[in-house]
Design a protein around this ligand. Structure first.
Ligand SMILES: Cc1cc2nc3c(=O)[nH]c(=O)nc-3n(C[C@H](O)[C@H](O)[C@H](O)COP(=O)(O)O)c2cc1C
Length: 251
């Protein structure tokens, strides 16, 4: 029996949540990184356990994460689904993740919706998951562990609608400043292979998924979003994101 953490986390918030949960469930966890464009196919047995974590993008599973998950082959492998969002809403993310995972043979036995800092508008859920979130998530993990140890294999009812809400379009493509030294780190780490390694100042707007990894990891702070668009997004989200949302467990 092996425990796997299958994670799509361009800027690290989803991974933080997944780590808090998985460390409490099992000490030895193998990481499968859905951000890796060269990810090989994986096969899982009915004895394995998978914690599958994605961020919510516009209330949906990021399309790239869904595509990479679809290549997994499971065999009634018990799965715990995790959706991480930036304190606005996660809408249909969990039901879509359930459908994708069940289609490749996972058996969903639990799910968590958790909050992490908004990776575009950092003023929302800033610093989360925080100490209180960590305690809550650890308590969730204990309940998940109990269910895994029992013979109960029921699938909880998850919030969300089918058909899912329409996926967002017209993302925000990061711009590049003169600080760029063309080191190529962004190109090598882009989950969508949208940045030209030969000319990192060029981003393919058709491939870019606006995940913000390049902005987050650039050692020269040379990648940024248009200030006006960020400001108008912040104003739009102000009402929806300002109250503290709490983590949820479905089991
Ligand atoms: C393109 C995009 C769309 C997002 N859409 C939502 C959303 O619909 N609701 C929400 O609460 N947060 C949203 N967020 C915030 C992320 O879900 C949140 O910051 C998450 O922790 C990012 O995961 P990561 O740090 O693993 O990259 C969005 C972020 C991005 C980049």
């Amino acid at each position: 029996m092996s425990m796997y953490m299958i994670c799509f986390s361009p800027t690290g918030g989803t991974e933080k949540v997944a780590e808090i949960l998985s460390q409490k469930i099992d000490v030895e966890v193998q990481m499968i990184d859905l951000c890796d464009p060269k990810l090989p196919n994986h096969t899982f047995t009915d004895e394995d356990i998978a914690l599958i974590a994605v961020p919510s993008y516009g209330g949906r599973v990021p399309a790239l994460a869904a595509q990479r998950l679809e290549r997994m082959q499971a065999n009634q492998t018990r799965a715990i689904l995790v959706c991480v969002y930036g304190n606005r809403a996660y809408e249909d993310t969990l039901v879509e993740l359930q459908d994708v995972c069940e289609n490749c043979g996972f058996k969903v036995i639990g799910a968590v919706a958790a909050i992490a800092e908004h990776s575009i508008a950092h003023q929302f859920a800033s610093g989360r998951p925080d100490a209180l979130d960590t305690r809550t998530l650890q308590a969730f993990a204990s309940k998940i562990k109990e269910k895994l140890a029992s013979s109960t294999c029921t699938t909880p009812v998850l919030p969300g609608s089918r058909p899912y809400k329409k996926a967002g379009s017209g993302g925000m493509i990061p711009e590049v400043s003169e600080q760029c030294e063309a080191c190529g780190l962004c190109a090598s780490k882009c989950p969508a292979e949208a940045i030209d390694p030969a000319n990192p100042k060029h981003t393919d707007s058709q491939k870019c998924i606006s995940c913000m990894r390049c902005v987050c990891i650039c050692p020269h702070q040379a990648r940024f979003l248009n200030a006006k668009r960020i400001q108008s997004l912040g104003a739009k989200l102000e009402k929806l994101c300002s109250d503290r949302k709490e983590n949820e467990l479905f089991i």
